[in-house]
Design a protein around this ligand. Structure first.
Ligand code: 4NP
Length: 169
């Protein structure tokens, strides 16, 4: 039996602030927890497609030892439902945008508010820091706490990481 990494996609609006930070944080924390995870990120818009993360997001992540400068923004696409096991969205608008693209129930089951690990069913959003330089650090902390909560759940209950991530070879 071969273990296939669980694949995670982080989604926000522009894919230059919140979701690239979430991608870098989740990758680092998953490695710290010894979990096999692949992480990417995307935006519900294509406004910044091809761009690096916002310089404030890069600087904030770097202060915490995470380099996200290599990421290039890209829009979310319906085929992401086939490529990823978990789609973590930052806010309610992202949630609705991604849900609109879902083709069936199996797609919808993959979509979760990132903050749900800490505040289940409350639909708490990670605020958009784009217009406020002072939000980057608290947003980083909020994302980090939520990522850590998901990973702790997965460590405690590995079956929730995804029961169909095991294949026979
Ligand atoms: P993000 O932040 O969704 O966290 O990447 C934003 C980035 C750009 C814009 C809005 C939000 N924008 O309006 O261009």
């Amino acid at each position: 039996m071969k273990h296939v990494p669980t694949r995670v996609l982080m989604v926000c609006l522009g894919n230059i602030c919140r979701s690239p930070m979430a991608e870098g944080i989740f990758r680092k924390l998953a490695a710290d927890h010894g979990l096999a995870v692949e992480v990417d990120s995307a935006g519900t818009s294509d406004w910044h497609a091809g761009e690096k993360p916002d310089r404030r997001a890069i600087a904030t992540a770097l202060r915490h030892g995470i380099d996200i400068s290599h990421h290039r923004a890209r829009p979310f696409r319906p085929t992401d439902f086939d490529q990823y096991d978990f789609i973590f969205v930052m806010d309610r608008d992202n949630f609705h945008q991604v849900m609109q693209k879902a083709r069936h129930e199996a797609d919808r089951r993959k979509v979760h508010m990132l903050m749900d690990a800490l505040s289940p069913a409350q639909k708490i959003s990670v605020p958009d820091p784009w217009f406020d330089d002072n939000l980057f650090e608290p947003v980083f902390q909020q994302i980090q706490a939520a990522c850590d909560a998901w990973l702790r759940k997965w460590v405690a209950h590995p079956e929730t990481m995804n029961t169909n991530r095991y294949t026979h070879d």
